[in-house]
Structure formats: structure tokens, C-alpha cells
Design a protein around this ligand. Structure first.
Ligand code: FEO
Length: 394
């Protein structure tokens, strides 16, 4: 990615990981990602805000070596997850005098994960400022975006908020900014849905904390910088709200075609009712796209055949995933196809313990769907419409 200047004495020195295609061995990265690291020269000291994933640390050091003033006094660690902190030990090795500025919780985690010794840390409290000479950083604790220790740093003189994962996106681009707003929104929403959504109430509280702060740029730790902060802040306000839309997220898997027949019938019936439906065959779906659609959908429908008395393992996988990302949907329905019995609906319900909405009665269909079963799909669509009307979103 090379060095990019944000403002006088402020540089982006992070690295694009163009060809990374999976994060946490779970999250698809269709557009790669970046690990953003920022170098700020004060009159007295130089700070590096976050580092990069150790896999690409050489590129970080290559960027840093291009500066005449190749010395770092402090590394600010906003978040201890290794894609940002993993190269801190290498920075400390290169600059033995450097200290790590972070908060107490982050220090604990950095010591656990990276074995950084205790005497390397300078601790800051929420709201505290740190002056490096003509540049003042204020630390704003923004917990649970998406770890408990995450904080932001606000550079007062330049009105830049370094927000770490908050407002980030897995999107590798060649410039500092992404002018294609719909692309930026999609990537940021994907990122929000995958890791931020479970912490919506914290997100709302953190957004409130930013009220009244003049922000010209938001510089996250992944993806493009936001030169229109209001754009991403408004999106976050919307995504983290309790608002749902007249949409259904419909997930299915079919072994011998019966569940597919039901899914097709249900999709048509939902469309007939004027509801937007987002169907995914879970076998080959992009987990991130499912996550995106879970942000707004008022209803989630999970359709699975019965395998060895329970849900198909792919449906079980997505049940666990949905339970983890805590969608704000108000209704959840299970539709199963079975041969001689099974407990798929009970299993799914018991593994969706984080779901706070209403479980509608499951629909269970024996064998190849008959006309009566197709009618039951129409009735289910009607029921979903009624529920959406009750929510006032139709
Ligand atoms: Fe990008 Fe939570 O680390």
C-alpha cells in the first residue's frame, strides 16, 4: 500500500492484504482487507497507531524505513486483536526505547497474547490526553467494537478520529478513500454484521460518546478512511438501531429436493405478499452476505431436512452463527422436511438462545411436499405478512 499522507505529519503506513480471502478462518473477504497503521510526528515524539498482521509486517517496516525520522517513541494499541497488535513485539524489538500506550484491559490482553512485558506499558484512562508536541491525542474508550478493551484516539488539532475496528471494513483499495459510496456501504455493513451486530447497545452508547466531537476524518484500522464521517456514522446509527424492514432472510438446504420445493413455494408466496425476500442455499452461500441481510430482516426462516433426527449439519452451522451475531429480527420460523420423525425444530430453537424475538410455530412436512404442504407455505407467508403489519413496517 505504501505511505500515504493524511495531513501534515500524519501518514498512513499500513498494509493492504489484497489476496486474503478468509478472516478468523470464518469470515469471507471478497475484497481482501487492509491493516491500517498510522504514523504521527509530533514536535517532541513520534507515535505509531496500531500495527499490522504479522504476516505482512515486512511491508510495514519497509514503509517506516522510508522516513528520515525513523524512530518510534510510542505505539498506541487501540485493540489487542492480533491483526493490529501482532507486530507490536517486532516494533519493540526494532525500537527498544519505545513504549506501548494503551488501557489497562488492553494491556492485560497484550501481555496474554503477545507476552509483552509489563514495564513496556504506559496506561491511559478514558478521556485522558497525551501530548506529543503540537499534536494532542485524546483517548475515548469505545468498548465492544468488538472486544471489551477497544478504544479510539482523537487527534484534537487535526480533528481525526482513529477508531480501530469501529467504522472499519474489509476492503483493500489503492487510495485512502473510497469514492464509490455504495461499495463502501456494502463492505462496512458486511463488517458490521459479522462482528459488531451482537454489540448493538454498546455501539449506540459509543456513538453517543462521539456526539459533540468535531470530526473531519475517521481513520479506522481496516478499509478506507472516511472523509465524510456523517455518512458512516448515520449508517451505524441505523444498523445498530432496533429498526427492522419488511424483509425476510430465508435460509435453506435440501438433500433430495423436498426442502427445495418448499423453499421455492415459500419464496414465491412471500414475494406475492409484497415482502422482500433474501433466499440463500446455505450449502454454497457467502456467510457475509447472509450476515448483511440479517441486519434489516424482520423475519428469519430456516428450512432444513432432517438428518439423523436433527437438522442438516449445514443448518446447524448457520443456527450457531445466527445465534452468535444476534440478529434483531422479530420473528424466527423453522421449516423442516422429514421422513419418519426428528427434533430439528427443537434443536434449532434451543441453539438460538440469544434470539429475543418470537419463534413462530414450526412447519414440518413429511416426505415429498403435496399440494396441502404448498398451501401451508402460502399460509406461512400470510402469517409473516400479518406479523410485519403488526410491526408497522408494511
Ligand atoms: Fe481488526 Fe478486531 O481486529
Amino acid at each position: 500500500m505504501g505511505i500515504r499522507k493524511l495531513k501534515e505529519n500524519i501518514f498512513s503506513v499500513g498494509v493492504n492484504h489484497w489476496d486474503r480471502r478468509l478472516f478468523d478462518e470464518l469470515i469471507p473477504l471478497p475484497d481482501g482487507t487492509s491493516y491500517n497503521s498510522y504514523l504521527i510526528f509530533g514536535d517532541k515524539q513520534t507515535v505509531l497507531i496500531d500495527t499490522v498482521d504479522p504476516a505482512v509486517k515486512d511491508e510495514l517496516f519497509s514503509n517506516l524505513s522510508q522516513f528520515e525520522r525513523f524512530k518510534i517513541d510510542f505505539v498506541i494499541s487501540l485493540h489487542s486483536e492480533q491483526d493490529h497488535s501482532g507486530s507490536i513485539p517486532f516494533v519493540l524489538e526494532k525500537f527498544p526505547e519505545a513504549k506501548v500506550i494503551t488501557n489497562e484491559k488492553c494491556k492485560e490482553l497484550l501481555m496474554e497474547h503477545l507476552s509483552i512485558p509489563q514495564d513496556k506499558f504506559v496506561l491511559v484512562k478514558d478521556g485522558e490526553t497525551f501530548d506529543i508536541g503540537g499534536k494532542t491525542l485524546q483517548f475515548i474508550f469505545t468498548p465492544w467494537v468488538h472486544w471489551p478493551e477497544t478504544m479510539s484516539a482523537y487527534l484534537k488539532e487535526d480533528e481525526i478520529l482513529f477508531s480501530c475496528d469501529f467504522f472499519g471494513s474489509h476492503l483493500a483499495v489503492s487510495s485512502l478513500y473510497e469514492k464509490n459510496k455504495s461499495k463502501l456501504e456494502e463492505s462496512a455493513k458486511r463488517y458490521f454484521a459479522e462482528i459488531m451486530a451482537p454489540f448493538r447497545s454498546f455501539i449506540r452508547a459509543n456513538l453517543k460518546k462521539l456526539d459533540g466531537i468535531e470530526i473531519k476524518l475517521i481513520a479506522p484500522s481496516h478499509g478506507p478512511i472516511h472523509d465524510e464521517p456523517k455518512f458512516i456514522i448515520d449508517l451505524y446509527r441505523n444498523w445498530s438501531s432496533d429498526e427492522v424492514k419488511n424483509e425476510v432472510l430465508l435460509l435453506y438446504v435440501s438433500m433430495h429436493g423436498s426442502t427445495k420445493i418448499l423453499a421455492d413455494a415459500l419464496i414465491s408466496s412471500i414475494i406475492d405478499k409484497g415482502i422482500t425476500v433474501h433466499p440463500f442455499n446455505m450449502v454454497n452461500a457467502d456467510l457475509g452476505e447472509i450476515a448483511i441481510r440479517s441486519v434489516d430482516a424482520a423475519t428469519i426462516i430456516l428450512m432444513t431436512p432432517t438428518v439423523l433426527t436433527g437438522p442438516h449439519p449445514v443448518a446447524a452451522y448457520y443456527t450457531i452463527f445466527l445465534n452468535a451475531i444476534k440478529p434483531k429480527a422479530m420473528h424466527f420460523v423453522v421449516v423442516t422436511s422429514y421422513g419418519w420423525g426428528g427434533i430439528a425444530p427443537d434443536w434449532i430453537k434451543s441453539h438460538m438462545s440469544s434470539f429475543k424475538g418470537e419463534f413462530l410455530d414450526p412447519v414440518q412436512v413429511k416426505g415429498l411436499p403435496k399440494n396441502l404442504d404448498i398451501l401451508r407455505m402460502k399460509e406461512l407467508a400470510e402469517k409473516v405478512l400479518d406479523k410485519h403489519k403488526t410491526l408497522g413496517i408494511v
